[in-house]
Design a protein around this ligand. Sequence first.
Ligand code: CUO
Length: 672
Amino acid sequence: RPREPVFIAKGSKKAVFSVPNEYLADKYKPLGVALTNRFGEDADERIDVKKISIPPFGEILELSRDENFSLFIPKHRRIAGRLIDIFLGMRNVDDLVSVAVYARDRVNPYLFNYALSVAILHRPDTQDVDLPSFIESFPDKYVDAKVFAQAREQATVVPEGSRAPIEIPKDYTASDLEEEHRLAYFREDLGINLHHWHWHLVYPFEAAREVVAKNRRGELFYYMHQQIIARYNFERLCNKLKRATRFNDFKQAIQEAYFPKLDSLVASRSWPARVGNQRLKDLNREVDQIKQDVDDLKRWSDRIYAAIHQGSATDERGRKIELTENEGIDILGNMIESSILSPNRTFYGDMHNMGHVFISYVHDPDHRHLESFGVMGDSATAMRDPIFYRWHSYIDDIFQEYKATLPRYTENQLNFPGVTVSKVEVQVQGGSANTLNTFWQQSDVDMSRGMDFQPRGSVFVRFTHLQHQPFTYKITVKNSSNGNRKGTCRIFIAPKLDERGNPWLYRDQKNMFVELDKFTVNLKQGQNNITRASSQSSVTIPFERTFRNLDLNRPQGGEELAQFNFCGCGWTQHMLIPKGTPEGMPCQLFVMISNYEDDKVNQSTEGVCNDAGSYCGIKDKLYPDRRSMGYPFDRMPRNGVDTLQQFLTSNMRVQDVTIKFTNRTVRPKSRN
Ligand code: CUO
């Protein structure tokens, strides 16, 4: 399947590789140079690939080229780790290119793309190398299978420039008979799924230690996924559905079904569906080298709970590891996910990852039907399935169990003496204060790189996603202390009422708060007026970066190319604000200014990808906030606090806001 070259040499429009004959896959060898010539006709640059001694690939080649690849399957992640090591071990970029070219037509394409992406992300000498957007390379993981036949037809019949975008209908995976379908716009959002794929690319759980052991990665696993659940539950309340129920009884039938309607172009198969009311079954799949009992999940979780309640874990050599107030959550994150940093994988197992695997094989646990895994088996697709949120609600609940054992924040640990937030307002252009507006928008994404047919050229799909009107926070802060102060402004939002329409208890509402922004403020004495735009959010990246709708014919700034890999991680800007309701969803906007002296991390965060730190961290830096992730909502409240109002100290303020959804669709400007 001749796809376009994986590397786009910087500054060139199109490059072709001149490959030593030995490197060609056997089926192409007879063609030799003719192949380069054929694909090189319209190339601007020819890259000679050096012949080097290729390290043995061994087990890596056991995953055939037309199989699906899952990081959650232990065998797959082991061979991915080996391939990453090979790519990382190359002495220089020329050697990396050689081994990558050699690997490309031999190794499973998903595995190849993943391992090379991780390597490029982590090698010091490839920081300015660009990778195509994952949705461009593998659009089949994101869009309705029907699109590809239409795209093929268009590409063959209609000349480039006259091709109309192919529209993906908003409701293609189910009908309103299924109430879970109300959330499809969130679960199947391209930007959300791309964020999740990128997050796991940046934070792999199995690879060389220096690649895995990023600052607070276990804690970030907890926090980023906790926020996904908070956001999803918020959306559920907007859609008159109760919060997701934990999947905590592994023997119970899973009521919700999911039919993804995705086709794998690589495996030439449909992604398996998950019908309703199935139960997890013991796995015995020789092909994946998996033999695991459902009871193992229970055993692992019992041991994890025991560690939480004892306040310590036990490592492989029987030594005690304290789950300290500062580092306990990071250890637990690695233990529960699990990553190679788990204190004891033999004992605490591989809880969260294997949960994905059990669910993704529920339709064929012993491989008798020769079926591959469902969408839960792949971080690029897992968030589409309703069970993802039930599984992660359960995982999050384990973390919350631990958080409940930590000392409560005292008023002193929350307050910032002398600093008072006296007013908070949200403004939208032409709208009323403290009302946020949401609606549908259509956008186009080019998928042509992932489509292997001639003639080439852009093929756009048009999809419909949620959008909000940009807005501005206006925050008034009084500094009555005896000098200038520096603070961290933390902004969250939560629904004001629970499923029954009652005000929340703090202990429940704290888990509903969705982070919207976090930034440093300088406070002079007296009154300070802080203005901040929604687009500056420390949670999100701009739409253009999510999709990186790069037009390769347009000269790119080197910087734009260089930053993509890491910078693709970040919640998608168009999903910053939950959908709300047509009548207006009552919400509470929470603003806190904490003392920067207790927040600061001594480092420079100048440079690339420093704008979506809340969920993704900052490339090659420490996590940019010293507080526990989720602060101040990450713990049970101090004695006497039952409600949010009682929780507030003078450096915090709550403002009622309304999210109003209008059922209109903003269409893109005509592409032709
Ligand atoms: Cu991100 Cu379960 O970790 O999908």
